[in-house]
Ligand binder design. Structure first.
Ligand code: AMP
Ligand code: ZN
Length: 493
């Protein structure tokens, strides 16, 4: 199987993106905010700083490509915010304690840490493979139990939580805003309406109430001591605790998959706002499902593919990445291998285009018309992305640009000074989409020697611009040239 790599810069976080938006000053970024159910202009709470939280994976298994649709949406969102010049703090949690993890661990007779450790490693390997930037902070639930206990204690003190049979529940009747995110009207009994709604066996005051803290037996290894008794946290309290710890009581953006809108995010709001009395998150963004055969992709339905499954069938990380973001995050995407093949062809075409542009023999000069067209395509891309991250319109701008430059290459109307402008524009697309393979991927000896021959040829024909360009390109990839009387010697730095 071919080994694929994605640009190294994609593995770092904050400082990785050199290219800034070209025309952002008067262009307003807009998002669909689930909270208002409207498209809203994006204004950070404080100056240029953006604090963003996205619900991360439950590390009980390999994440599937449906999960990665959501994480890639989060990645594009983070990249675009940075591209626009915002100073972003990006937090994604790891849910490393929940019922699925506990059940699996007890089946295998291992601790929950032993259970989750290999899947945490696998998750970051997969994130790197698919080109998603690492979040700035990736807190684990089991390392934030004290923060959860603190919130639960506050809720007990202010009457928004109560104890029943040793467990602690949230009192929804004490939070009149309950339902403001999901717009669900709560007349009647909704227990069991969602796969993750609590159906605890203990007595609750109200069927809607959900567990904050679940009583466990004294000899249960998966338990923590708390003033209100030994237990383990409910799932929802984890995200309230971790988001507020790293981003403050009120932060800018909370994102996640659409299935988390209710009850998970509704409950996060109830817990956090119930404890602080302040707005929890200003903008709520939800990514739609990846479907397969018109059903949600889910491990529990047995219709899921992991990234590893996809790679073992010979597809590249860039192909699945491209497919996942090619449809705007707010629309459902139906996965087929046919579409994945199409995405593979598209990313290969884009990469060939970039290579061709790098290597083309160009005549001296400037083509201002072409340069302004190319910049115009980048503007169209930015406008599309400003419009609630409309990636499909954005990609159309990229493809139109490629078509136009390809025609210009064929007509020999791309001139030497245009090359760097077009490459810069491609870098801008790449900064947001992460769409090209690793630039610093090691060149094989054959390629290096071919480029050296080309440089010698350029020097013989006194095309010094081209010969310098080849030397710089090789230097960027860590290949140093030395001109000696016996010819050119090269070495890897
Ligand atoms: P989980 O590991 O189950 O907690 O899910 C991690 C993230 O993946 C959550 O934000 C889910 O909403 C999201 N997710 C799960 N299934 C899908 C799917 N089929 N399509 C898109 N996102 C999904
Ligand atoms: Zn969450």
């Amino acid at each position: 199987m071919k080994i694929y790599t994605i640009s190294k810069d994609a593995r770092q976080s904050s400082e990785a993106l050199p290219v800034k938006a070209t025309v952002t000053a008067n262009k307003m970024l807009k998002f669909h905010n689930t909270l208002s159910n409207k498209i809203e202009e994006f204004h950070p709470l404080s100056g240029n700083e953006v604090k963003m939280y996205i619900c991360g994976p439950t590390v009980w298994n390999f994440a599937h490509i449906g999960n990665f649709r959501t994480f890639t949406f989060g990645d594009i969102l983070a990249r675009y915010l940075r591209y626009k010049g915002f100073d972003l703090t990006y937090v994604m949690n790891l849910t490393d304690v929940d019922d699925r993890i506990i059940n699996e661990a007890s089946k295998r007779n291992i601790s929950i840490d032993e259970m989750t450790a290999p899947f945490i490693v696998a998750f970051w390997e997969d994130m790197d493979a698919i080109g998603n930037l690492r979040p700035d902070i990736a807190p684990r639930a089991t390392e934030h139990i004290a923060e959860m206990i603190e919130i639960i204690s506050t809720l007990l003190e202010n009457g928004k939580a109560y104890e029943s049979d040793g467990s602690i529940y949230y009192r929804i009747s004490a939070f009149p805003d309950y339902g403001k995110l999901s717009k669900i009207k709560f007349e009647g009994n909704i227990v069991g309406g969602s796969e993750r709604i609590d159906t605890d066996k203990y007595e609750k005051e109200d069927a809607r109430d959900f567990a904050l803290w679940k009583l466990v037996d004294d000899d249960d290894p998966t338990g923590w001591e708390a003033p209100f008794g030994r237990g383990r946290p409910g799932w929802h309290i984890e995200c309230s605790a971790m988001s507020m710890k790293y981003l403050g009581e009120t932060f800018d953006i909370h994102a996640g998959g659409i299935d988390l809108q209710f009850p998970h995010h509704e409950n996060e709001i109830a817990q956090s706002e119930g404890a602080t009395g302040k707005l929890f998150a200003k903008y709520w963004l939800h990514g739609e499902f990846l479907k397969i055969d018109n059903e949600k992709m889910a491990k529990s339905l047995g219709n899921d593919f992991t990234l590893r499954d996809i790679f073992s069938r010979g597809f590249s990380p860039l192909a699945i990445r491209y497919l996942l973001f090619s449809v705007p995050y707010g629309k459902q995407l139906n996965f087929t291998f046919e579409n994945l093949k199409g995405a593979e062809t598209t990313v290969e075409r884009l990469n060939d285009f970039k290579k061709r542009l790098h290597e083309a023999h160009l005549q001296d000069g400037v083509n201002p018309h072409l340069q302004s067209k190319v910049r115009e395509y980048l503007r169209e891309f930015e406008e599309a992305m400003d419009d609630n991250l409309n990636t499909s319109v954005g990609l159309a701008a990229l493809h139109n640009m490629v078509r136009e430059v390809n025609t210009a290459l064929a007509n020999e109307t791309v001139l030497t000074e245009d090359r760097s402008v077009i490459l810069q524009v491609l870098d801008s697309f790449h900064a947001v989409l992460g769409i090209f393979p690793d630039e610093s991927e090691e060149l094989i000896d054959d390629d290096i020697e071919k480029l050296i021959d080309e440089r010698q040829e350029a020097r013989r024909s006194r095309d010094f611009a081209r010969s310098d360009e080849i030397r710089d390109m090789l230097a960027e990839k860590g290949i140093m040239l030395e001109d000696t009387k016996d010819g050119v010697r090269w070495r890897r730095k």
